[in-house]
Design a protein. Structure first.
Length: 94
């Protein structure tokens, strides 16, 4: 998990989306954008919390190991994501 970085983008709904543009469109104040957690692995972004997960995070097979993440925002709304653990992935602490 990390904060945003210059040039961040990821794929969902068959298109590549730039994180910066998503934050602008969602009207997240510039000084708050670095506080939005982004779940990633060695190959890139899996889920910018509060937005759609990447296509890679949603791909599933029966013989995979999955990790479940849950997030509750200040208003109490829950969001969750289950994604396949990649054998090459390394867990990074925060």
């Amino acid at each position: 998990m990390r904060s945003r970085a210059d040039g961040d983008s990821y794929r969902y709904s068959g298109m590549t989306h730039k994180i910066k543009k998503m934050f602008i469109d969602a009207k997240i104040p510039e000084n708050m954008r670095s506080l939005v957690p982004i779940v990633c692995d060695n190959s890139g972004i899996l889920w910018p919390i509060g937005f759609s997960p990447s296509e890679k995070a949603l791909s599933r097979t029966e013989k995979s190991v999955y990790i479940a993440l849950a997030y509750r925002n200040d208003s109490g709304a829950n969001k969750s994501l289950y994604f396949k653990q990649n054998n090459n992935s390394k867990t990074k602490g925060s």
